[in-house]
Design a protein around this ligand. Structure first.
Ligand SMILES: *Cc1c(COP(=O)(O)O)cnc(C)c1O
Length: 488
């Protein structure tokens, strides 16, 4: 299996090289030169544990890893740091099936990929004879940062620097990052949004002068964002796992089709689902759910991508994104490198592009306003007693709209991306407006009472932990910060 660039098919890498590099030298992303097919039947796959299924999928993509290496990565990643043996349980509530991806250490779906990425990196470095320290530069809209910190803290041979929007994350998300321990960690609040952080980080990766200077100092850069193909591949696994669970629970027969609604920001999670479908998983349709930053909704309706618009800070902050990096991979799969490069150049220069929208019956866009998101939390709670987080609520509201618009009755899996405890305040306000005046941490106890779900141990007492990271940086000074920090 070779990996090639989305803007230039002559850029080639092995899986381990693509993981180490994170991004192509021309700013494009690595994609597999072809998407492999699974070569076992669904009924064979349904006998597998999560770890066995992970091996079956990963071996098709990471072809320069040995069986032993892959199993080492998988067994170290998917162990008791998840609070359930199933890793990603599927629960039925009312007319929807929720795929809970938040049972890892940082309570968001990013844990699935970021629990394994440090192991991939370690082995990839060894394989390629890298003796330099790997510096993981990470832009986060709130959840990737903590999941990456948790994955890379105290990992020998690595340093991790995280940039988060100082005024754009929830109180729990912020504390999770600023209280992170580990000699090799650095967390920086920026005066800007996720797009500012991601653009700065991408430009650092492609800055030849800076990377030369750092190389002399013994550093190389890599990425823990979903621009790294090593993030994407582990996410394919849970689409298969979800499908097999739905069949086991008797909602469908093996071979029947299933729909997924995915709360989307950077288009990484849903792209992994699209890969699963291309590999042979019987998926009928994906609903790409957005919040008020509905750049993808507009794109799937009109074929026009336009980031020149107002940026909204919403109650689903991990989806507050106007430049969805992984859409580039999708474009490349459907229209090839040359056209993708034209679009990306136009996006960079003018902030927009348009493609001939090939009548797309695989993915459609829906979005939920803030009111609809609050409404969905309340509705699900009143109908079923289940409390979901704000991102999952965006997906649920989008699913309702999709269903009303199309009358598609295929069973629907709602991809649940975070624990409600990460967004306690907004979740509790959705249930009762009077909670507006209460403190987010006091509300955790209340949430525990109404949901019957214990406060996860990883955030118990978080408001009392020592804040160890206090760096703040202007959005235009990110490159300077990195350079000062590493070359000091
Ligand atoms: C990151 C994130 C998303 C969006 O996922 P993408 O892969 O960026 O589309 C949705 N919900 C939560 C809770 C997240 O952390």
């Amino acid at each position: 299996m070779k990996y090639i660039g989305t803007r230039d098919e002559t850029i080639k890498a092995t899986a381990s090289q693509a993981i180490l590099k994170g991004i192509c030298p021309d700013g494009g992303l690595f994609i597999p030169s072809r998407i492999p097919k699974v070569n076992k039947s669904l009924s064979d796959l349904s006998k597998f544990s999560y770890q066995e299924l992970a091996y079956e999928i990963l071996r098709l993509y990471l072809t320069d890893f040995t069986e032993q290496e892959l199993k080492y990565c998988i067994n170290n990643a998917y162990d008791s740091k998840f609070d359930t043996q199933q890793i990603v349980p599927l629960v039925k509530k009312g007319d929807a099936l929720f795929l809970e991806l938040f049972h890892g250490k940082t309570l968001a779906f990013k844990d699935i990929a970021l629990s394994i990425l440090p192991y991939f990196m370690k082995i990839a470095a060894k394989k390629n004879g890298i003796d330099k320290e790997i510096v993981i530069l990470t832009a986060t809209s709130g959840d990737t940062g903590k999941a990456a910190l948790e994955g890379f803290a105290n990992v020998e041979g690595t340093k991790i620097i995280v940039f988060f929007p100082e005024d754009g994350v929830s109180p729990v998300q912020k504390l999770q990052m600023t209280t992170q321990e580990g000699e090799n960690t650095c967390v920086v609040g920026i005066k800007g949004n996720f797009d500012d952080a991601q653009s700065a980080v991408k430009s650092i990766f492609t800055d030849k002068e800076l990377s030369q200077k750092l190389e002399q100092k013994g550093y190389i850069f890599s990425s823990a964002n979903s621009i790294n193909i090593g993030r994407l591949v582990p996410q394919i696994v849970y689409y298969f796992y979800a499908y097999l669970q739905v069949a086991k629970q008797g909602e469908i027969a093996l071979g029947d089709t299933l729909n997924f609604t995915v709360p989307t920001g950077n288009f990484g999670d849903i792209l992994a689902g699209y890969y699963a479908k291309c590999m042979g998983l019987p998926v009928n349709h994906f609903v790409c759910a957005s919040n008020d930053n509905k750049v993808l909704y507009d794109f799937f309706r009109t074929g026009k991508y336009n980031k020149n618009r107002e940026f909204h800070v919403t109650i689903s902050p991990s989806m507050d994104i106007l430049i969805s990096s992984n859409l580039e991979r999708f474009l490349c799969h459907i229209m090839g490198q040359q056209k993708t490069k034209e679009c990306m150049t136009k996006l960079q220069n003018e902030g927009n592009y348009k493609i001939e929208i090939v009548q797309n019956d695989e993915i459609s866009g829906e979005y939920a306003t803030e009111q609809e998101t609050y409404g969905a939390i309340k509705q699900i709670y009143e109908q079923t007693g289940y409390i979901c987080d704000t991102h999952t609520a965006v997906a649920y509201a989008a699913y309702q709209k999709y269903k009303n618009r199309t009358n598609d009755n295929t069973p629907m899996v709602i991809v649940s991306t975070a624990s409600p405890y990460k967004f306690t305040k907004d979740v509790m306000v959705a249930l009762d407006e009077n909670n507006q005046n209460e403190d987010a941490f006091a509300l955790m106890k209340k949430l525990q009472k109404v949901s019957g779900v214990t406060i996860p141990t990883v955030i118990q007492g978080i408001e009392k932990r020592k804040i160890v990271h206090t760096h703040v940086c202007e959005k235009n000074n990110i490159k300077q910060f990195v350079s000062n920090y590493l070359l000091k």
